[in-house]
Design a protein around this ligand. Structure first.
Ligand SMILES: NC(=O)c1ccc[n+]([C@@H]2O[C@H](COP(=O)([O-])OP(=O)(O)OC[C@H]3O[C@@H](n4cnc5c(N)ncnc54)[C@H](O)[C@@H]3O)[C@@H](O)[C@H]2O)c1
Length: 439
């Protein structure tokens, strides 16, 4: 007993002698599962399972609700409110489109619920540009959620989508947080015309800064791609002409336009900081003057001013000497550019504008030609901080997005005139011809 307690070396010895390791079979990890599958026709079961799954996914490829015909989920835009000239309803395919589960790295959607179209938020989607963007996204087959507080937007701009299960409208102010499960965020919410953004400048800068922060926070949280609609106003009164994206601008930080200009500059900064710091996928568009149907009448922007004045037989008001220049882009060209930017691989910023440059007096002449050759021109003192020249250099967008505007001012203006005439005078015949123009 005593010796057993003291000496155990013999046990150790015996154990080590009796141990004989199994011979190593290097292919065991490969061959064992194959043998397993071949036994009792298990391979057959696996193949039959794959065949059944393939059949089900071929027959029911989308998550279309039962009873809803396929055509109800796509375009429901009546002809009379389609303002896209035939050439610009182009068939550009978006090679990088990704649906739930792939754009959204959090992969919260179970495999069986994968959908073909994207779920997209458009903030400011009831406004001028936003509503045209919504039309295109819905026509493409995506699900669109419009978030708008209707400060300058109108329900009428999107009500042709009411009843479409792919469309939702939320009355919401973007300065308040919002949680939605989406793949992409087009962030447009912000008054764009001087009359509106100067109305409450503190609210304007809050919309640009807090609103953008909220949407970037949402993008980060749900893994969505975020597109900011910035503006050519970030160049201020430019000392470089035409303006390239590399130009840092000449902006007055304390002027009456600063709430908008500096607000958008800060929004760009926040966008890049979320991209660099939090890995959010972002895109930045710098939009130059855009016109088209559904613009606010009397919003102080030069094209809508001239058109409304000419239609009402009032004189066209030209501020300053009328020699300041602007470029005018038709809205369908802009929407095409925004979608290409969102679907492409490049962050930007990208100038999106029409490089055709017009003085205010030349624009007034085109309006006279289109509406009323006898319309008079009236000169008024210029407003503070009105930039002298504005013309985009779009070589970056041409090269990297394959985008350039297609609709000339002389082709686009009549489409806008039809819409304005309809809204001012209730003239329905003119409006229904709005989609017949070509570039
Ligand atoms: N149209 C242009 O020429 C132009 C030029 C440069 C940049 N942009 C930018 O494009 C975007 C759209 O411009 P637009 O011309 O369609 O202007 P818009 O005024 O017609 O549309 C803006 C929309 O945003 C909504 N909105 C404003 N503040 C909001 C808030 N706090 N919360 C929720 N919704 C809010 C408005 O109700 C409206 O529907 C803007 O961000 C603007 O700065 C436009």
């Amino acid at each position: 007993m005593g010796s057993e307690l003291i000496y155990r070396g013999h046990e150790t010895q015996t154990a080590s002698d009796s141990y004989s390791p199994k011979p190593v079979k290097p292919w065991a990890s490969v061959t064992r599962p194959i043998h397993y599958l071949l036994r009792e026709q298990r391979l057959l079961f696996v193949l039959v399972g794959i065949a059944i799954a393939t059949l089900i996914f071929t027959i029911f490829p989308t998550s279309r609700p039962p009873g809803v015909p396929r055509h109800h989920l796509t375009t429901t835009i009546p002809d009379s409110i389609t303002y896209f000239p035939i050439e610009t309803q182009n068939k550009f395919s978006y090679p990088h489109r990704v649906g739930f589960g792939s754009a959204n790295p959090t992969g919260k959607i179970p495999l069986g619920l994968k959908r073909k179209g994207l779920r997209i938020v458009v903030t400011g989607g009831a406004g001028f540009v936003g509503s045209h963007l919504v039309d295109r996204l819905i026509a493409r087959g995506d699900s669109v959620i419009v978030v708008d507080n209707f400060f300058t937007g109108r329900k009428e701009n999107v009500m042709h989508h009411f009843g479409n299960p792919n469309f939702e409208l939320i009355r919401h102010d973007v300065v308040e947080p919002l949680l939605l499960e989406v793949d992409q965020i087009y962030h447009l919410a912000c008054p764009a015309s001087p009359v509106h953004y100067k109305f409450n400048p503190v609210k304007t800068i809050k919309t640009n800064v807090v609103g953008t922060l909220n949407m970037l926070g949402l993008a980060k949280r749900v893994g969505a791609r975020f597109l900011l609609t910035s503006t050519s106003e970030v160049y201020g009164d430019p000392l470089q002409h035409p303006q390239k994206e590399t130009y840092w601008g000449n902006v007055n930080p304390i002027g009456v336009r600063s709430c908008y200009d500096e607000g958008k500059r800060t929004a760009e900064t926040l966008t890049m900081d979320y991209h660099r710091g939090a890995g959010v996928e972002v895109r930045i568009a710098r939009i130059f003057n855009t016109y088209g149907p559904r613009m606010c009448i009397d919003d102080g922007r030069v094209v809508s001013n001239f058109v409304a004045q000419a239609l009402r037989k009032e004189p066209l008001t030209v501020y300053g000497d009328g020699k300041q220049t602007r470029s005018f882009q038709y809205v369908s060209d802009l929407v095409e550019g925004l979608m290409r930017l969102m679907e492409g691989e490049h962050v930007g910023p990208f100038n999106l504008g029409n490089p055709g440059e017009f003085t205010m007096l030349e624009l007034a002449e085109v309006v006279q030609e289109t509406i009323d050759p006898n319309a008079k021109i009236e000169f008024r003192p210029n407003t503070e901080d009105d930039p002298h020249k504005r013309k985009p250099d779009i070589s970056r967008a041409k090269g990297l997005l394959g985008w350039e505007p297609k609709v000339s001012l002389r082709k686009g203006l009549p489409l806008m005139v039809s819409d304005f005439r309809q809204r001012i005078f209730g003239d329905h015949k003119e409006g229904s011809n709005a989609n017949n123009a070509s570039s």
